[in-house]
Design a protein around this ligand. Structure first.
Ligand code: 13P
Length: 254
């Protein structure tokens, strides 16, 4: 049985001040929840602050939204794995579609980052997903396979099982348009099939695959009850403490 993992991608939202009132509500709401893995992913500027607030909290983990592949040096504006790890973050989102489309990330850079994340004891959450044009052209499987093989090239079985994947169809992100449970399940099953080809069936069976794209309390249960959907990467709805807590509780109750 794969343990479900629900992560909040706050994107470029939430000052330290704002995170305080969020956490006052959120931590109270999920205080007793131990059945699923919970991850908060603030912007870099709030990471240290949220980390301190999570100091005595066992059931909520921390992640970063991006990372550079070098250990240090002249890379203005970039953040290394060690810098993230120092703040007690355990996860890092890599290759989010916004980074791929707006900031020029490629499967190759995501692959370099994924390897460095593992070396730095961070669990990568590697995002993949097709655009609407690609879906309309019946290229979903082709696109997912290319992103998977490119982004995860060279990872051994152990690294693969410690990688979380996030299937985020680009047309469902921030649009209010969610993939149907059937569309999402089909994509997740296909991803697992490719993972089995890249390693073996037992390894592929252990990899957790999140769904992301307009997840909200109202569609959580039907998405999270699909056999190959192992959690959610939540954007917009994760900015409202009660909604995000509700998504977690609905998933835990399944
Ligand atoms: P929304 O939940 O706002 O659609 O964003 C999804 C996402 O991109 C999470 O990484």
């Amino acid at each position: 049985m794969r343990r479900k993992i629900i992560a909040a991608n706050w994107k470029m939202n939430m000052t330290q001040n704002e995170s305080d009132s969020y956490l006052d509500t959120f931590l109270r709401e999920v205080a007793e929840e131990k059945r699923v893995d919970i991850v908060l992913v603030p912007p870099f500027t709030a990471l240290s602050h949220v980390s301190q607030r999570l100091n005595n909290v066992q059931n909520v983990k921390l992640g970063a939204q991006n990372m550079h592949w070098e250990k240090g040096g002249a890379f203005t504006g970039e953040i290394s794995a060690a810098m993230i790890r120092e703040l007690f973050a355990r996860y890092v989102i890599l290759g989010h579609s916004e980074r791929r489309t707006l900031f020029g990330e490629t499967d190759e850079t995501v692959n370099r980052k994924t390897k460095v994340a593992h070396e730095g004891s961070l669990k990568p959450i590697v995002c993949i997903g097709e655009t609407l044009t690609e879906r309309d052209a019946n290229q979903v499987e082709q696109v997912l396979e290319k992103q998977l093989r490119g982004s995860l090239a060279g990872l051994d079985a152990k690294a693969l099982t410690e990688t979380v994947l996030a299937y985020e169809p680009v047309w469902a992100i921030g649009t209010g348009r969610t993939a149907t449970p059937e569309q999402a399940q089909a994509a997740h099953a296909f991803i697992r099939k490719v993972l089995a080809e890249m390693s073996d069936a037992a390894t592929a069976d252990k990899v957790r695959i999140q769904y992301g794209g307009s997840v909200k309390p109202g569609n959580t249960a039907e998405l999270m009850s699909q056999p190959d959907i192992d959690g959610a990467l939540v954007g917009g709805a994760s900015l409202v403490a009660r909604d995000f807590a509700e998504i977690i509780k609905l998933t835990a109750a399944l």
